[in-house]
Design a protein around this ligand. Structure first.
Ligand code: AHM
Ligand code: MG
Length: 337
């Protein structure tokens, strides 16, 4: 294996050179994001030894208590990306407004959005967490850069990825030419291509949902889960297994690896919010990756990548993963009117 190792750099150069998928600036940007994820992985691994666990005693724009690692990861991503010349601005779950690249650095053509540390509730209990990112192109001809430039549907993404900090540190990436996975070789400090052309099986017997919210769900979601729970003797004619890690990165990573359906639906407790997850830096990048791996992603009614965003921190219901199951859940919603 060692003799034929393909590094992230080599993979990206080949994408640029042979397939024409990515311009030089985008390649540079993705390398910088990957380097930042390596630094975040080091902090995550230190845990209690690095004084990185616990709450930071502050709240983010969504009113959620920030963990120290949320803030560290956000700072690492900003510092790593602002001087490279590929970006015009960044947006993050941890910042209310956009972060424009300061004047002292050259302005690039791209916009980067991220959830610096997804699955925050798992930080202190040593369960997998991750970083999710989405790359958009700044609209042509726009003078300067504003929040409105970010409000593009997910179908416009130039690239998307996530890094899962688990038993292995794995970077998963798409530039619109399938999905590739890179494992961090800690001794060498480099990302090594370990899988490409990732495909999600269209059928599955595994679902992921937070069952404790069952009483708040809408009827189509109840119907789907009830049918799964009925098992072999129910209308589906097969037994289903359930998994819920409470880190979207880890749940999506399992689905990319062996199939499954992931749902964070709308629920009655907050009728004005479309769900818990954020469209622009959680649902869109994951939907892009899942579609590139042959899966599907909807909000129960429409394709996530077609949704026009109304704001940076907009929330959305999410159903993604194995295509036939996502189609079924979506059909149940449409039938319900
Ligand atoms: P976060 O970005 O604040 O960490 O929240 C998002 C996370 C997802 O990773 C995960 O799927 C979900 O929240 C878990 O929510 P719950 O605790 O309601 O099960
Ligand atoms: Mg998150």
């Amino acid at each position: 294996m060692t003799a034929h190792r393909i590094s992230l750099t080599q993979y990206l150069v080949e994408q640029q050179r042979q397939h024409g998928h990515i311009p030089g600036q985008l390649r540079l940007l993705l390398e910088v994001v990957a380097r930042a994820c390596k630094r975040i992985a080091i902090s995550v691994n230190k845990g209690a030894l690095g004084d990185v666990l616990g709450s930071a005693g502050s709240e983010n724009v969504q009113g959620e208590v920030q963990k120290k690692l949320d803030i560290i990861a956000n700072e690492v991503l900003i510092e790593a990306n602002e001087w490279g010349g590929a970006l015009a601005a960044m947006a993050s779950e941890e910042m209310e407004g956009i972060h424009v690249v300061p004047n002292r650095y050259p302005q690039g053509e791209y916009l980067l959005l991220f959830d610096p540390l997804d699955g925050s509730s798992n930080i202190d209990v040593n369960v997998s967490i991750g970083t999710i990112f989405s790359v958009l192109k700044k609209p042509d001809g726009a003078a300067g850069v504003s929040e409105a430039d970010f409000l593009q549907p997910g179908s416009q993404q130039a690239a998307a990825g996530y890094c899962v900090y688990g038993p292995q540190t794995t970077l998963v990436l798409t530039v619109g030419d399938g999905v590739a996975m890179f494992t961090l070789d800690r001794e060498q400090g480099s990302w090594v291509l370990t899988q490409h052309g990732v495909q999600i099986p269209a059928d599955t017997k595994e679902f992921a949902i937070n069952m404790s919210n069952q009483r708040h769900w809408a009827p189509p979601v109840r119907r789907y889960i009830d049918e799964c729970l009925a098992g072999k003797d129910g209308p589906r004619g097969k037994d289903f297994n359930m998994r819920w890690i409470a880190s979207m990165v880890a749940d999506v990573h399992r689905i990319l690896s062996r199939g499954g359906v992931f749902m964070y639906p709308w629920d009655r407790r907050e009728p004005n919010k479309a769900g818990k997850l954020r469209l622009m830096y959680e649902a869109n990048p994951m939907a892009f990756i899942v579609e590139q791996a042959g899966g599907a992603a909807t909000n129960g009614r429409q394709r996530i990548l077609d949704l026009p965003p109304g704001g940076l921190h907009e929330r959305v219901a999410v159903v993604l993963g194995s295509r036939h199951e996502v189609e079924r859940v979506t059909a149940y919603h449409l039938e319900a009117g």
